[in-house]
Design a protein around this ligand. Structure first.
Ligand code: BDR
Ligand code: CA
Length: 317
């Protein structure tokens, strides 16, 4: 049994990710912590509570986290992708849990859970990395209590928010750099290069929708999101980025990795928030060295159909 904490900014694909964790008996979902990102913190927190209610998991504590980046305010509206309430304008179709977030904030709750858990815990950050950077800064002694970080973020080639930056890293580059470059935790980064390849089409969404009430409600949240990705790819489809990272946390090894030295661009030029990965061959790096000091496992390949089937089977119940 893998103990799991999801740090999230729901978000349409976050919704699928949370539902996937709830539908997976191999994981013990200890908490959902929220962060600004796809919408403002109040909205992402309300969405997280409602999504857990949808999944019948009102027992999972929700804690509010950061409402802005660590250092530099970053103004970005994700409304054009996720709709004005983070869920394609359909958050009202989810049950109102009637619950509130716990009193502790995200960092406090994660710290308490890490301290008390009998085994190290897997954390899956699927939003800006602000809460995780704050956790590691405030509680360095708890590093050893983290089994691994499975992070959705970054792009090896071409960004989805700027020409070169992916949304989660771009939203708080200083936090991302702290977590990815300055820390030395076991880390698996799931970039858009791979999540794009795992995109699902209308037939997949229709099958999920027909499978039952949970699937129908989730698919009902996707209208704006599907419209965005249909424009992006020129074919009707959507990308469940965050659910791919959670799938790897549930089934370690589902994604194949390559280890690359990395850096996160924290300058204020056009490449702010970009993941810089040294993708020269190991032989060339061994010969010439790399200016990038931290090597991170990056998900670069998978059996795409297996991932799609896994998500569909689990979410269909
Ligand atoms: C990431 O950004 C958000 O739009 C998604 O929820 C995902 O976490 C993809 O770049
Ligand atoms: Ca997200």
């Amino acid at each position: 049994m893998t103990s799991l904490i999801i740090d999230t900014d729901p978000g349409v694909d976050d919704a699928f990710a949370i539902a996937l964790a709830c539908a997976s008996p191999e994981v013990d979902l200890l908490a959902v912590t929220t962060v600004f990102g796809n919408a403002a913190l109040d909205t992402t927190t309300r969405n997280a509570l409602r999504l857990l209610a949808l999944c019948g998991r009102d027992d999972v504590p929700v804690a509010r986290g950061a409402d802005r980046p660590l250092v530099h305010p970053q103004v970005h509206e994700a409304e054009l992708v996720h709709g004005n309430d983070g869920l394609s304008g359909r958050a009202h179709t989810l049950p109102d849990s009637g619950r509130s977030p716990v009193e502790s904030d995200a960092v406090g709750l994660m710290a308490a859970l890490l301290r008390d858990a009998p085994e190290p815990v897997t954390i899956v950050p699927i939003g800006p990395l602000t809460n995780i950077a704050a956790l590691l800064a405030a509680y360095p002694s708890l590093r050893s209590r983290i089994a691994r970080l499975v992070i959705m973020g970054g792009a090896l080639s071409g960004g989805n928010t700027t020409a070169v930056a992916e949304f989660n890293l771009w939203s708080d580059p200083e936090a991302a750099r702290r977590v990815l470059v300055e820390e030395r935790l076991p880390t698996l980064l799931v970039p858009t290069d791979l999540t794009f390849r795992c995109r699902v089409d209308r037939a997949w969404l229709d099958r999920l929708s027909a499978a039952g009430p949970l699937g129908a409600t989730l698919v009902g949240l996707t209208a704006d999101y599907v419209a965005h990705y249909t424009t992006f790819f020129g074919e009707e489809c959507t990308v469940l980025h965050d659910a791919i990272a959670v799938a790897e946390a549930i089934r370690p090894g589902l994604l194949r990795t390559t280890t690359y030295p990395v850096e996160v661009d924290c300058t204020f030029g056009p490449s702010r928030g970009a993941l810089v990965a040294d993708r020269r061959t190991p032989e060339i790096i061994a010969t010439f060295g790399s200016t990038l000091a931290r090597a991170v496992d990056i998900a670069t390949d998978t059996d795409v159909d297996e991932v799609r089937d896994f998500l569909l089977t689990r979410l269909a119940g």
